[in-house]
Design a binder for this molecule. Structure first.
Ligand code: E4P
Ligand code: PEP
Length: 351
């Protein structure tokens, strides 16, 4: 018979089922309690009276878990110092959405060589998340492939749907079944409508195709995620973190009957992809926060051990330790002083 399917498929590699991976790298009772407690704290910060500031900070992507762990240790110590006014959550990003092509993250290609050993990537991701949680540091990630959550979502405290996928029904349905507070980024063109529609869809019950914990194709029936919100990340026309932009976004949310909770991503088009500009974005939203009632509940910053980024692909042995291979980041020294500055600037809120 004439072949009509799999014409462009070279190979189908079986992966362990989610249940098998969870059994190989199980979460502990203490980790489960920490995750549940932190998700509740984040929910309170975003949607009710907790005045603390939510700061999601960390590398654009984790490509070297040893450097990631060093970063996590430094951040955990600092997080404890500022915990009275700032809730710090580490960016632990394993899946990278690409504008066109490029390395798609540790889960998809853990050896950074195009071998795409996804089974090893999923295991590395779970191991690394558990390491971060054991430091007492909450975890944040972008969920990109709709199958990934079955393997790692139980270890995630906050998640994002990225600017390139906020308009996707598949991702909105996935969000409706996720157990953690979740931010939809505004679209890459800077418009808010897709994110607002995504919050509506993500907070409703949905039925869609997915896999169960044994990896069997299944109809997944969800309850709706009540903790969806928007993340402003700027767009093709420029940044969207000014007081006027925030007021406009808050009005659009209110008009749609949604809660006025906003996070600002200091990176991406809010910093014109110039990592050092993130400091100015964070300072500006802190000023807004102190000056008046604002819908901004927190921010996101891309930071690594060392500043900037480095070209990739290149041979692994030539990569500089602690430097991003995706978007440019601020380095640890700047990160530390910026977080201390934020903590000091927030004092009037707690007077
Ligand atoms: O945060 C990461 C990047 O901005 C995103 O993955 C897109 O990257 P690219 O435009 O380099 O493909
Ligand atoms: C890809 C990211 O952001 P955005 O979806 O806003 O481009 C990111 O935060 O890594």
């Amino acid at each position: 018979m004439q072949k009509t399917s799999d014409i462009n498929v070279v190979e189908t590699r079986r992966l362990p089922s989610p249940a098998e991976l969870l059994a190989a790298e199980p979460k502990t009772e203490a980790q489960a309690e920490f995750i549940a407690r932190t998700r509740e704290e984040i929910q309170r910060l975003l949607f009710s009276a907790d005045k603390r500031f939510l700061l999601i900070v960390g590398p654009c992507s984790i490509h070297d878990t040893a450097a990631g762990a060093e970063y996590a240790r430094r951040l955990a110590a600092l997080a404890r110092e500022v915990a009275d006014r700032v809730l710090i959550v580490m960016r632990v990003y394993f899946e990278k959405p690409r504008t066109a092509i490029g390395w798609k993250g540790l889960i998809m290609d853990p050896r950074l060589d195009g071998s795409h050993d996804i089974a090893a990537g999923l295991l590395a991701a779970r191991r690394f998340l558990r390491e971060v949680l054991d430091l007492g540091l909450p975890t944040a990630t972008e969920l990109l492939d709709p199958i990934t959550p079955q393997y790692i979502a139980d270890l995630i405290c906050w998640s994002a749907i990225g600017a390139r996928t906020t308009e996707s029904q598949t991702h909105r349905q996935m969000a409706s079944g996720l157990s953690m507070p979740l931010g939809f980024k505004n679209s890459t063109d800077g418009t808010l409508a897709a994110a607002i529609n995504a919050i509506k869809a993500g907070s409703q019950p949905q039925t869609f195709l997915g896999i169960d914990t044994d990896g069997r194709a299944s109809a997944i029936v969800t309850r709706g995620n009540p903790y969806c919100h928007i993340v402003l990340r700027g767009g093709a026309k420029g940044p969207n973190y000014s007081a006027a932009h925030i007021a406009e976004a808050a009005a659009a949310l209110a008009k749609a009957g949604l809660s006025r909770s906003i996070l600002v991503d200091c990176s991406h088009d809010n910093s014109a992809k110039k990592p050092e500009r993130q400091a100015e974005v964070l300072r500006e939203i802190t000023r807004q926060l102190i000056a008046a009632d604002t819908a901004v509940m927190g921010a996101m910053v891309e930071s690594n051990l060392l500043p900037g980024n480095q070209p990739f692909p290149q041979p692994r042995e030539k990569l500089r330790y602690g430097v991003s291979i995706t978007d440019g980041c601020i380095g640890w020294e700047t990160t530390e002083s910026l977080i201390r500055e934020l903590h000091a600037a927030l004092a009037p809120r707690f007077a």
